[in-house]
Design a protein around this ligand. Structure first.
Ligand code: FES
Length: 116
């Protein structure tokens, strides 16, 4: 095991966006069938346009977040501990702007190490 926490922090990490793209072969709803991949791409695009994709904000596809819906994707933002469901690709810009500020100038909220 290699603890790389300090390295990640030193590289400027502030926030982690987890987007569910879980697919399941059952009658129950899953985010893969509810725009999961498109929401994931929309999050990356918004962050990329502001120059913070992976430099400050990490984005990851994840399995089930426990907020399944047929109407949209589940998404979580940490360490601020924000949770959304039913997200559609068209809603991503407003959602991320609301969380991170119009120019991604409100990063690191909820991370005690970023609140100096
Ligand atoms: S399948 Fe996405 S939250 Fe459950």
């Amino acid at each position: 095991m290699n603890d790389r926490t300090e390295e990640v922090r030193a590289n400027g990490f502030t926030d982690h966006v987890l987007v569910c793209t879980n697919d399941r072969d059952s009658e129950h709803a899953s985010c893969a069938d509810a725009h999961g991949r498109a929401v994931f791409e929309a999050v990356r695009e918004w962050l990329r346009e502001r120059g913070v994709f992976w430099s400050r904000v990490h984005v990851a596809e994840t399995s089930c977040l426990g907020l399944c819906s047929a109407d949209g994707t589940a998404l979580a933002i940490h360490p601020r501990s924000r949770w959304y469901s039913d997200v559609t690709p068209g809603e991503v810009p407003d959602l991320i702007r609301e969380e991170f500020g119009p120019e991604a100038d409100r990063l690191g909220v909820g991370n005690p190490d970023s609140l100096d």
